[in-house]
Design a protein around this ligand. Structure first.
Ligand code: SF4
Length: 205
């Protein structure tokens, strides 16, 4: 496994931020299983956990106004480092109006052991939450979370419902490899929650 301190990388007209490698899940389709980087980036496995200061320093060398979007994504779950995420997002907000998106597994409340939805107010334009499956059993099979004895699927949907009160655009996502029937059922779940569903293309690098 190659390591680096790649804290940001460009994908098309977007700037993606790689703030942590921590994640309580081990998704079967996770891009981390396929290589050391994403979209031709340098390795996204980090030599150490960066501080918000490290990430902000990296961002100072970028022209943040020139991107269509700045996305917290990378090789890990950004809400595992919620304070770093918030500080970085507040910095971005202070220097540019470029929209901010957070890609998350939606398990922030479990990860941080408190209700966190309100903490996203003012720091993100969009939150994209991985729905992954249409029921709890299928969800656990795909995401393989480390939380035991907890209905992670319900936790994720609960977070999605609450964070809608604080972030303008909230969407649920599935990867197209789950098949048409699962996508249809996922659409029903999203409709019931009143949240838009986005079907993402599976990237096998
Ligand atoms: S939640 Fe994201 S980072 Fe974590 S294992 Fe799943 S796809 Fe990978």
């Amino acid at each position: 496994m190659k390591k680096s301190m790649t804290l940001s990388y460009e994908v098309g007209k977007g700037l993606y931020l790689n703030i942590t490698n921590k994640c309580p899940c081990n998704c079967t389709f996770c891009i981390r299983n396929n290589g050391d980087g994403a979209y031709g980036s340098d390795p996204l496995w980090l030599e150490r956990q960066p501080s918000a200061g490290d990430i902000i320093e990296d961002l100072r060398s970028r022209k943040l106004d020139e991107y269509d979007e700045i996305v917290f994504c990378g090789y890990g779950e950004p809400t595992c480092e919620l304070e770093i995420l918030k500080e970085t997002a507040r910095y971005i907000r202070s220097v540019t109006n470029t929209p901010i998106r957070i890609n998350t597994n939606g398990l922030s409340d479990l990860i941080n052991k408190r209700s966190t939805a309100e903490e996203f107010e003012g720091i993100a334009d969009t939150i994209s939450i991985s729905l992954n499956a249409s029921d709890a059993e299928a969800y656990d099979k795909v995401t393989r979370p480390s939380f035991k004895g907890v209905n992670c699927f319900e936790e994720m949907l609960g977070f999605a419902g609450r964070v809608k009160n604080y972030v303008p655009n909230v969407m649920l996502t599935v990867v197209d490899i789950i098949g048409e029937e699962e996508i249809k059922k996922s659409q029903e779940i999203a409709d019931k929650a009143g949240i838009r569903l986005r079907v993402r293309e599976y990237i096998d690098q």
